[in-house]
Design a protein around this ligand. Sequence first.
Ligand code: C5P
Length: 358
Amino acid sequence: MAPSTNQTPAYVIKLVVLVLMSATTTAYLILLRWTRVVATDKYITTIAVALQEVIKFFMALVVLIWQNRSIVGAVRMIKSEAIDKPYDTLKMAVPSFVYALQNNMMYIALSNLDVPIQQILYQLKIPATALCSVFILRRSLSYQQWAACFMVFAGLAMVEYNPEGPYKSPQTTASDQNVFIGISAVMVAVFCSPFAGVYFEKMVKESDTSIWVRNLQMYAWTTTAAFLAVITKDLATVREKGFFFAYTPLVWVLLCIGGVNGLLVSLVLKYADNIVKCFAASVSIILSTILSYFIFQYEFGPGFIIGGMIVCSAICIYAIPLPCLGTKWTSSSTSKKISGASYDKLRSATLNTDNDEI
Ligand code: C5P
């Protein structure tokens, strides 16, 4: 097959999944604000997380059945690629429990830090993703790309910093807060999602197992972890108010969009990578803040415009190598810095995807 026909579909797939992921993330953030801030009755968040994982599991199952054109084919695939390979399935517990750890760390951070500070520190997730990509996937970044990762951190921190924002209400009084514990928790959280994302990226790019089977393996574990969180944290509230307390149709729409978004995240990790995912997600944060201004009349934070401009510049700086900045980035020099077999496998998984079915 000619190289041009090989690469065009991969490029299109990458672009489509990135745009769809950004769109669903924006919609998700808006609906989340609506259901958490505007709605009067608040649903129990641990249950929402658990239901979200169940929905993602069934969505991944439907895609697998559709891909196999039969339920029997899908079941056979699950048996041969997941049930008959318990060690492989066990490996997918790692990102699942790391995501669960992240959720818990965020709760601890929110109880010990003011929300704006926590929001700023959490943006360190982007340089952390770059670090995880370098150490785990042995990817190479130019100085220019590193600078772009720190710029997007700074830009998003400015965009997100809003002491008058809707989430300003502290959950605890200042005397209850332990800043050291709060900062430690947010730092652990900052590395959890990049680690889990990069781990998933490695699993889907370095093995032939279907991405949908990988997702099913992961969602089986995340569902288990999420229901354990319901039992340990909110059992009393569930007994008092009921499992589906405050589940309006809008909350179900939120969960479905969140489900589609999760599947799109997995496709972005397969067809693009974690760092690109962070850049796309930062665009969604900006878009959702602008839309919130029109929908909820939320005021922008003091650094919104400058922060937004820094994020947009960072995206260009990351994507377009500038010789005038003195970097020597070329795709071939990048490939040389990464150990041969590992890089080739990753690169072919990322670029030559025209034979893969989504
Ligand atoms: O915080 P971060 O942007 O890394 O969150 C990624 C989200 O994507 C998580 O909520 C995770 O549950 C979801 N995800 C998914 N399926 C994957 C990988 C990530 O639903 N295969």
